[in-house]
Design a protein around this ligand. Structure first.
Ligand SMILES: Nc1nc2c(c(=O)[nH]1)N=C([C@H](O)[C@@H](O)CO)CN2
Length: 119
């Protein structure tokens, strides 16, 4: 299986369990590995045959802008479900990093894998 990746995507989100976290958007960092087969896109050189990482990025930014959650788990799961359904992605790994949430310079978050890797 091939992978289209997105690394270091910064999206400002309302997320957190505390009242003060619900008042202001704060940055999240997303890394994604998206399973796909790039061979058709490579053969045709057409974006319509590719898993368009720009379209995926735009969809994630819209999803985060339209929602507010308490837990990073909930947001990660929504992102994974949305991408798998709307972009027909068989497998993905998503890392959601909420920087500085427990202290300056400390990274916390979740890493989830969903779907089946196609050999
Ligand atoms: N597993 C999780 N633990 C915590 C989360 C979370 O989303 N998932 N969130 C918080 C707070 O919102 C934190 O970011 C600031 O105290 C705490 N633990």
């Amino acid at each position: 299986m091939d992978i289209v990746f997105i690394r270091g995507l910064r999206i400002d989100a309302i997320i957190g369990i505390h009242d003060w976290e619900k008042q202001q958007r704060r940055p999240l960092l997303l890394d994604l590995e998206l399973g796909c087969d790039i061979r058709r896109a490579a053969a045709t050189d057409q974006i319509s045959d590719a898993l368009d990482y720009a379209a995926v990025t735009e969809r994630l930014m819209q999803l985060v802008a339209d929602n507010r959650f308490e837990l990073v788990e909930t947001l990660a799961e929504h992102c994974a479900t949305c991408l798998r359904e709307e972009f027909a992605i068989p497998w993905l790994r998503l890392t959601l990093n909420k920087p500085d949430a427990v202290g300056a310079g400390v990274a916390v978050g979740v890493i989830i894998e969903r779907g089946e890797r196609i050999p």
